[in-house]
Design a protein around this ligand. Structure first.
Ligand code: G4P
Length: 287
């Protein structure tokens, strides 16, 4: 695998977050509900452990409902207030605000005791690129204050964003990359589209995804591609490639001489996964 993790970028993001630390009451940690641990930035626990945290499992509309429930229980066990949301709708905004209030209640009570009047809670949103930070901020504010679909690397102006009377938000300063030490993390992030297709070999990502789907969601796979049966030996790579070829054949991914174009077949599988065509899929479950 050729992904590189740039320590320099991480050090910069860390500095930028640490500078803001004194100003914030609560951290909103945004994770992808389909890949909660893989989409987690490894530095957050270390730098922000002393701040109350609300874990938001975003894109829950695309994840397996039961597994998302298990993840909520997992993060609650870590003592974080946790909620699963679909940021493309505004439905969960109230729930997130309520959890932020709950998380900050001790600090606000302390301030009140000192005679300092109640003020808006200040929350820092942290999350890796593409996890949905801009979308969530726009939903919470009800305005398009942040451009969505930005590619990583674009520097955003730092600003406090007001959410009604209750909350002030600050977007992640700098870019928080996921950590790809584990090869599977890279594949999961590539499968959901959290990292660009050019970074990893698309056929490798589709192979990994297909193998996972065969184990975890065989019915969804068989339904979608009208497959009569799946191989029993998933440790045999040839059998997985054979399934990929069957899918390619069904979807017309052919090159000259009637040979299946595996790259095109791979793109079909990944597009179907990312657009819900294979149903609600979670790529990671609590162990
Ligand atoms: P970022 O600021 O953390 O980098 O992420 P951003 O909000 O730009 O969201 C990345 C992509 O994820 C966007 O799609 C956005 O619409 C989508 N998204 C965010 N939250 C959710 C969610 O809860 N559910 C679903 N299904 N999708 C979500 P895009 O196609 O890259 O951009 P756009 O065309 O929507 O602007």
């Amino acid at each position: 695998m050729t992904i590189q993790w740039f320590p320099g970028h991480m050090a910069k993001a860390r500095r930028q977050i640490e500078e803001k630390l004194k100003l914030i009451d609560v951290v909103i940690e945004l994770l992808d509900a389909r890949t909660p641990l893989s989409s987690r930035n490894p530095m957050i626990d270390e730098i922000l452990s002393r701040k109350p945290r609300v874990v938001v499992l975003n894109k829950a509309d695309m994840a397996d409902k039961q597994i998302t429930k298990d993840w909520v229980a997992y993060f609650e066990q870590e003592k974080h207030l946790t909620i699963a949301v679909d940021s493309t709708t505004g439905k969960s905004s109230k729930g997130i605000i309520a959890l932020c209030q709950q998380a900050a209640s001790e600090k606000i009570a302390k301030l009140e005791k000192k005679g300092i009047q109640a003020r808006a809670i200040r929350a820092l949103i942290v999350g890796i690129p593409n996890v949905g930070k801009s979308t969530l901020i726009n939903r919470l504010t009800g305005k398009n204050v942040v451009a969505t679909g930005d590619r990583p690397g674009i520097t955003k102006a730092q600003q406090w964003i007001r959410v009604g009377q209750e909350l002030e938000l600050l977007d992640t300063p700098g870019i928080l990359w996921p950590k790809f030490e584990d090869e599977q993390v890279g594949y999961r992030l590539a499968a959901t589209g959290a990292i660009k297709d050019e970074i990893l070999n698309v056929e490798d990502v589709a192979f990994y995804t297909l193998k996972y789907l065969m184990t975890a969601y065989p019915d969804a796979l068989m339904d979608r591609y009208e497959l009569k049966e799946l191989p029993s030996d998933l440790e045999n790579p040839h059998e997985i490639v054979e399934v990929m070829e069957q899918i390619g054949k069904k979807r017309g991914c052919l090159q000259s001489g009637g040979v299946i174009n595996l790259e095109k077949a791979s793109l079909v599988i990944l597009r179907d996964l990312r657009t819900d065509k294979l149903g609600k899929i979670s790529l990671e479950r609590p162990s």
